[in-house]
Design a protein around this ligand. Structure first.
Ligand code: HEC
Length: 162
C-alpha cells in the first residue's frame, strides 16, 4: 500500500496529539497547575485565614456563615480532601454533575472554578487529570445511603503528583 505524504503527516499529527494528551495526564502537578489555579479561585475562603479542617468541623455553621471553609492552602492540607480523612470531598464539591452519584447536580464549589462554563470545564479537566484517571470518585470512606464506601481499587488510582 502506498502511504501518501498527507497520510503520513496526519498519522504523525495524531501520534503527537495522543502523546500530548497522555503527557497532560502525567504532567499535571500540584506545584505547576493546581496551586496557581487554587490561588486564583479558592484562596479567598480556604486560605491561611481559614480554620484548620478539625476546627472547622467543630463550628461548621459559624464558619460557613462567615464564608470561611476549611483551610487548604498547602499540598498536605489539600490532599486531605481527596484521599483521607475527607475522602472524595474535593470530587463531590467540584464535580460538574456528570459523575456517578452526583445526581445530575454540580457540586457547590464547581461554580468557583471559573467565570464561564468554558473556564470551569477546562479547570475541572486539569484537576481530574491531577487526581488521576479513574480516581475521580464521589464515594466517601464509609457507605452513606445508596453510595457505597470507596473501594481499594478506586483509591489505588489516585495520583496527586506534587
Ligand atoms: C466564597 C467562598 C468560597 C470559595 C471562593 C471557595 N469555597 Fe470551598 N467552601 C466554602 C465554604 C464556606 C465551605 C463550607 C460550607 C460548605 O460545605 O459548603 C466550603 C467547602 C468546601 C469543600 C468541602 C470541605 C469539607 O470539609 O467537606 C471543598 C472540598 C471546597 N470547599 C473546595 C473548594 C475549592 C477547590 C475552591 C476553589 C475552586 C473553593 N472551595 C472555593 C467557601 C468557598
Amino acid at each position: 500500500m502506498k502511504v501518501t505524504l498527507i497520510t503520513r503527516v496526519a498519522l504523525a499529527a495524531s501520534i503527537l496529539a495522543i502523546a500530548a494528551g497522555n503527557s497532560m495526564a502525567q504532567d499535571v502537578t500540584y506545584r505547576n497547575q493546581i496551586a496557581p489555579m487554587w490561588k486564583a479561585h479558592c484562596i479567598a475562603c480556604h486560605g491561611a485565614q481559614s480554620p484548620e479542617r478539625s476546627d472547622f468541623l467543630l463550628d461548621e455553621k459559624g464558619y460557613t456563615a462567615k464564608s470561611q471553609g476549611p483551610r487548604m492552602d498547602t499540598y498536605e492540607r489539600f490532599i486531605a480532601f481527596v484521599a483521607w480523612p475527607d475522602t472524595g470531598a474535593l470530587m463531590r464539591r467540584l464535580d460538574d454533575g456528570r459523575s456517578p452519584y452526583a445526581g445530575g447536580k454540580p457540586g457547590n464549589m464547581y461554580e468557583r472554578l471559573g467565570a464561564s462554563e468554558q473556564e470551569r470545564a477546562a479547570n475541572l479537566k486539569i484537576i481530574k487529570a491531577w487526581v488521576g484517571e479513574g480516581a475521580w470518585n464521589l464515594n466517601r470512606w464509609s457507605k452513606r445511603g445508596d453510595v457505597p464506601a470507596v473501594a481499594k481499587e478506586q483509591l489505588d488510582k489516585i495520583k496527586l503528583a506534587y
